[in-house]
Design a binder for this molecule. Sequence first.
Ligand code: CTP
Length: 250
Amino acid sequence: MTEKPADYLAANGFESKTPFLIGVAGGTASGKSTVCQRIMEKLGQQHKEQTERRVVCISQDSFYRTLTPSERLRAERGQFNFDHPDAFDDKKLLAILKDILAGKKVEVPEYDYITNSISSHRSHTIYPADVVLIEGILVFYFPEVRDLFHMKLFVDTDSDTRLARRVPRDIMERGRDLEQVLNQYMNFVKPAFEEFCLPTKKFADVIIPRGADNFVAIDLIVQHISDYLRKSPVVDKLNPIGMSSSVPGS
Ligand code: CTP
């Protein structure tokens, strides 16, 4: 008799939940999004239509909560702490993840870093997939959210490297000036990383040193995911999954 996905999951220490939910945490500008992109690319998912993707990625930034008028003013001056757990709507994130685990189609809003708010007219439809990656600075902070992940990755990139990436990104892509970026980093980003994000590294199953440059770690993770996909019942219907040839054993 062939092994059922539930048997495979149990044998590998997973509960038989689908889809396979992967949390990707790490400090700001550690390369979380790039790690997720590389995983998707290696699984041949990057250029597929949204409706055909077996692996999808969601950012925790889509779950920043709506600010009060006074918080909005502080945010515009770079004086709001976007790195504190209170800045997120963790209940909404939890509800969406539960819907995803139940195999439902969900709408995930797009976040606008220029207006510091959820875009009212842009959202992404996340169709049921086999693997869902959730990346963000505090995805392992909230216990109920953390407990939903089947696999937890922590992208561990040197803090000087992260700051050197964050400064030009915030100036060029997020409409900030140098003084504001450095003030926000020293007053909020760095202390909150040490207090809230770094302690969640202990929950990770895999720590990825040097982030997205660590091709060996990414290949090992991809191998693990592809083993799961091969055992998943959907694989037989959609075979082949189109993995790139650089993946070991593919
Ligand atoms: N942030 C901000 N202004 C907002 C909302 C968030 O400056 N209105 C900042 C927070 O300070 C937080 C960061 O955005 O530190 C979270 O995004 P980050 O993890 O840096 O972005 P990703 O692209 O997901 O990270 P990576 O580079 O690791 O892929």
